[in-house]
Design a protein around this ligand. Structure first.
Ligand code: PLP
Length: 398
């Protein structure tokens, strides 16, 4: 099928939640993808931070193939070998002692909020309250749109869930002011992704940790987007020198196979008892085999250091190229998570880059977003920076 034929069928049979999708990508290899008409693109968006090791990474492909020939699915009524191996790898490389697997970021956050509530319930304390941040994004289920701090995702879906308060991001005093006797946990993205790649001040997360310790609250980090190498460390929380009590992952964990994960310290994990939470597909053999392969690549000596280095190169080259451009408000991010806030809608620049064979994205209306595969080379950064320089020429005034 060519792009036109795919688009026609899409418009006939797919609910229109995504609007005009522009491309029909049918093949990928490393940092490159091809559309149904044979056009090649350099992928600097990774399917929204999913394809971190590049498309069809050979070790992930081999893991999926070999698992597919052995066993596709077994229910969580039975032990699942790749699932326990994945949990062991995640535990060995993080603060979290125990893991629950599901199928998406939203589900991982649902699990995080449920375990926080159950933790307090088991202690006999009525502390279901969650403090979340303005501008945050936590998913599209009813509870996670409630947790999300952006009105546009909630419109038309009331009534939402009780028990959530929102305060400004990067403001520890605001969190302190919102705490009351019903508060049980604080939920935060270490760097806000969807609302514009917003990086808090260096001491924000450590101060949140201090506050939560002081008030006896649980701290939940949503690392669905920032996790697994994206910011130049395996987990973004490592930059802050502290750890949360609960963490959520999804997106890149299984190299493109759907997965979600929620990890917690032993103490918090004990709040879930048999029957408290479950998922038919969660921790499925194929997804967890793929994720084991992803973890093996990410934890190879030097891999994450390489990501940090190329990320620094990306930031320094983009900063140099856009220096003095009066359409640029701010360049921000970490590692390979970059937002360029413009004074004009970022869609125009994304469109121009796409016309030149480069896939980028937006975050909010005016932020151009790059989430390249972690395996990009400096030469590919140079290609994108040259294209960006051209794309920024003669933009309309903001
Ligand atoms: N949390 C964060 C920080 C995200 O960026 C996203 C998705 O963009 C989600 C949660 C939701 O993940 P999913 O779309 O897999 O449900």
């Amino acid at each position: 099928m060519d792009t036109k034929a795919i688009k026609e069928l899409n418009n006939l049979y797919i609910m229109n939640t995504y609007g005009d999708r522009q491309l029909a990508i049918v093949r990928g290899d490393g940092t490159k993808v091809w559309d149904a008409d044979g056009n090649e693109y350099l992928d600097f968006f990774s399917g929204i931070a999913v394809i971190s090791l590049g498309h069809c990474h050979p070790e992930v492909v081999a893991a999926v193939k070999s698992q597919a020939e052995r066993l596709f699915h077994v229910s969580n009524l039975y032990y699942i070998e790749p699932q326990v191996k994945l949990a062991q790898k995640l535990a060995a490389n993080s603060f979290a002692d125990k893991w629950f697997f599901c199928n998406s970021g939203a589900e991982a956050n649902e699990a995080a909020i449920k375990i926080a509530r159950k933790y307090w319930f088991n202690k006999g304390e009525a502390r279901p309250g969650i403090i979340a941040m303005d501008g945050s994004f936590h998913g599209r289920t009813l509870m996670t749109i409630t947790a999300t701090g952006q009105a546009k995702y909630k419109k038309g879906f009331a009534p939402l869930m009780p028990g959530f308060k929102h305060v400004p991001f990067n403001d520890v005093d605001a969190v302190a002011g919102a705490i009351d006797e019903t508060t049980g946990a604080v939920l935060v993205e270490p760097i806000q992704g969807e609302s514009g790649v917003r990086v808090p001040s260096d001491d924000y997360l450590a101060k949140l940790r201090e506050l939560c310790d002081d008030k006896g609250l649980l701290l939940i980090f949503d690392e669905v987007q920032t996790g697994l190498g994206r910011t130049g460390s395996l987990f973004c929380y490592e930059h802050s020198g502290i750890a949360p009590d609960i963490i959520t992952l999804a997106k890149s964990l299984a190299g493109g196979v759907p997965i979600g994960a929620m990890g917690a310290t032993d103490e918090v994990a004990a709040a879930f008892q048999p029957g408290d939470h479950a998922s038919t597909f969660g921790g499925n053999p194929i997804a967890t085999s793929a994720a084991c392969a992803v973890m093996d690549v990410l934890t190879k000596p030097g891999f994450i250091d390489g990501v940090a280095q190329t990320g620094d190169y990306l930031f320094s080259e983009v900063r140099a190229a856009l220096d003095g451009d009066n359409h640029v408000v701010e360049i921000r991010g970490k590692g390979m998570m970059m937002g360029v806030e413009l004074s004009v809608p970022a869609k125009e620049v994304v469109g121009r880059l796409l016309a030149g064979g480069i896939i980028a994205g937006t975050a909010g209306e005016k932020v151009l977003r790059f989430l390249p595969p972690l395996i990009i080379t400096e030469a590919e950064v140079d290609t994108v920076v040259a294209a960006l320089r051209d794309a920024m020429k003669e933009l309309p005034d903001g």
